[in-house]
Design a protein around this ligand. Sequence first.
Ligand SMILES: Nc1nc(=O)c2ncn([C@@H]3O[C@@H]4COP(=O)(O)O[C@H]5[C@@H](O)[C@H](n6cnc7c(N)ncnc76)O[C@@H]5COP(=O)(O)O[C@@H]3[C@@H]4O)c2[nH]1
Lengths: 181, 181
Amino acid sequence: NVGHGLAWSFYTGYLRLILPTGLEASIEEYHASRSAAVLQHRDTWKLHILIPLSCCIPDKLEEADDNISFLDNLPDITIDRAGIRKRVFKHSIYTVYDQAKRPHYCVVEYATPLVTLYQMSQEAMAGFDAEERLQQSTLFFRTLRDILESSRECRGRYRLILLDGPGTPFALSQLQGLRRV
Amino acid sequence: NVGHGLAWSFYTGYLRLILPTGLEASIEEYHASRSAAVLQHRDTWKLHILIPLSCCIPDKLEEADDNISFLDNLPDITIDRAGIRKRVFKHSIYTVYDQAKRPHYCVVEYATPLVTLYQMSQEAMAGFDAEERLQQSTLFFRTLRDILESSRECRGRYRLILLDGPGTPFALSQLQGLRRV
Ligand SMILES: Nc1nc(=O)c2ncn([C@@H]3O[C@@H]4COP(=O)(O)O[C@H]5[C@@H](O)[C@H](n6cnc7c(N)ncnc76)O[C@@H]5COP(=O)(O)O[C@@H]3[C@@H]4O)c2[nH]1
């Protein structure tokens, strides 16, 4: 149940720290100091979390989809954490072009713990094969979904986007519900 | 085996990214731009990783020991990671006072995944009690030690410091092998 532990790690060590108030404060500061032109509607102020069950994750979203490009980083969120003074948490804003080439904006990133599952399946010492990896990424998704659904403080602050599963969007630019501003 | 997965996560998602060259480059930059007075000896350029089996981890080291105080942060290490552009990894330098009140310097932090184990044991939904937590923190330590010992690229770049175990230092300021400059 590596996937179970990584879902709890992702929630307690990251999402619970930044979703309730940090992300919103960061977007407000972005509007005040840099640009009010993007993310104008509060219902777009969600962290879009990409969950590819294959655990194949590029470091740049552009590598996964030609219709996505990096726009800017939000202002840093800093928190004292386990001995690190002012540890930095940062999110990236992307422009997503639809079929008509019109731009939409969103705060999106991959669920980083899945990178761990991929790397474990590449290290002989971890004793973890591709079949196990798929079981654990599926367990990660289900556990995370259940944790977040019962988290009052994170409600409405995120969207989990399953990739590679049956009937899921094959391209990030097919994300539904993105707004034009 | 949550502890097993968290050890692999800590290695592949953090230590392997920053120990081989990042930490050294950050200290060199610190000497060039801020101060050459601390961490003068290369054999002190190790990341000291505190592993309290109890998983009781304060966010500020000063809360655990009166003889330790925060000195400064090293320059940020930035890496593009899973969609986050220029994700920041940062380490803190601490002054550690010995019995004779003389200062020693080191880069030290707690092993963050243990905070996850603690928080899981606090959440009813995780189904994880204190006894399980101790088993998993012990498994975390052993797995991490084994991974790092067989990692050629991380050799000599770290020190694992077990706390709470039998015969272990009860105070951080009892760390052995710290240099005065
Ligand atoms: N001390 C310390 N400083 C860091 O900068 C750092 N970054 C990661 N880690 C620890 O290494 C391991 C691997 O990290 P990964 O990114 O896969 O998972 C991370 C990641 O998915 C998410 N997360 C945490 N911090 C960030 C961040 N700044 N940006 C994006 N995601 C983050 O939440 C998970 C748990 O984080 P931590 O519970 O802090 O411990 C992690 C983890 O045990 C760190 N530990």
